[in-house]
Write a protein of this length. Sequence first.
Lengths: 247, 288
Amino acid sequence: MGENGAGKTTLAKQLNGLLKPSLGRVTVDGDDTAKKSVAQLSRKVGIVFQNPDHLLFSETVREEVGFALKNFGFEPGVVLKQVERTLEALDLAHYADTSPFLLSGGERKRVALAAVLAWQPDYLILDEPTIGQDYQQKERLRNFILQLNSQGKAVVMVTHDVEFVAECNPKVVLMSKGQIVAQGQADEVLSDDGLIEKASLVKPQMAKLFSQLSEYGFPRDVVDVHRAKMLLEEKLTEVRVRVAQSS
Amino acid sequence: MAGTQGEIVAAHSLGFQYAGSTSKALDDVNIVIRQGEFLLLTGPSGCGKTTLCRCLNGLIPNFHPGDMSGELLVDGVSVAAETTSELSRRVGYVFQNPENQLFALTVEKDVAFGPENLGLTREEIRGRVDWAMDAAGTVALKDLAPYELSGGQQQRVALAGVLAMKPSVIVLDEPTSFLDPRTAEEVMAAVDSLRRENGITVIVVEHRLDLVGRYAERIVVMDRGRIVADGKLEDVLDSEFDRLSGLGIGLPKVSLLWSLLRRDGLVSERLPTHVESAVKILSERLRN
């Protein structure tokens, strides 16, 4: 996370060799990216770009999602199965024969994601995946990411969506002006005024709420609704019991 | 030159079906928007909100073919009788992705493009460009190329280009998607002050209510081509909360928290639309 122009996308592009370091070294599974081709690295590291139109070009959604698999030399049967599975997972099966360009922005974004997920890279880089997605689609995306993560895939997400991050509670790396300025768990980072200021973010609403309620004994590092509700429930019930006893 | 008593937009039984599509993108839409309103237009993907906005500046039906029915008046004039170029003076459109609307070699030239094509005097063009760049906070960028800019800067330049046309209505279609949260707040604040100082009508299409909720007095919710809720933000949020969350609208987290506490009988007050009002109620309660 970090302000526009902080270097997030530039860093992401280093991870599959689209950009090579002019100083220093980037390794993927121990291999120096400077010595590998983008094609070799892409097999392991899949990047889904911010703007889906930079990636889409096929005539149907099915072709689009199968394109890389074919290029990687998978058997037609495997390609077919993998494409169907991915389309299903991203709620795109009913668009299989539609042109990606007839879909809405949010839908095209999901096709771009499917096109990368289809070849099951070990590392998945998502540049602003929540843009143009409504709340339900974001929930689906969140579950999907958590599921991939639990299957042992590393997911790197570039995003400005503080509320989305608050609900996922991942490790957060903050960038500003080309440098990493902080890293830590989302609830610590997103409730820290100094860091928020430094990275041009705003606090999630729950962190704003709890920073103003700390005088009543609440912790400040609350960023998600679930934890907020549990804490308030406990305290409000206590107050209610006290009021009932005194009257 | 506004229409009936400051009505800047009036739709009566407006319908639209894209050519080749089997369902209506707009179905019996009725709405009146007054000069100077700040309106939040929301709804799930594919609900028709972008289609409605495209009708306002004539992109529909001039560039997106299909069947239009009913009536849509902008500034008292039917859009069906107007050219897109005429409408674009009245309705400025800031798209989700600013890259799609910037093309000149420098920021200043990009902002000047619209007014230069209106046949204005040199002084008038100069005046408009300076005013628009100042209002959108892009003066420092004027000699840079749009492609050199960050997403947030590009969005401000797109806004400046639209402002230079001195429109009565600005439509911003998910204008802050590509912006960092701080810049997003700055852009929304800049738009709001334009409304207050110049009486420009602002229509923002947005999924995230927490961002726009502070400025928008009115919320219009669409679903499957129809308007399903229209009113003051706090009223609609309070009475339609479950329905709105069912539609996949990103409701403010503080309202969501409140609805959960209220369901358990721990609070009874109306849903707060921002953090400050929740802090106020909870502080009073907890002080006991």
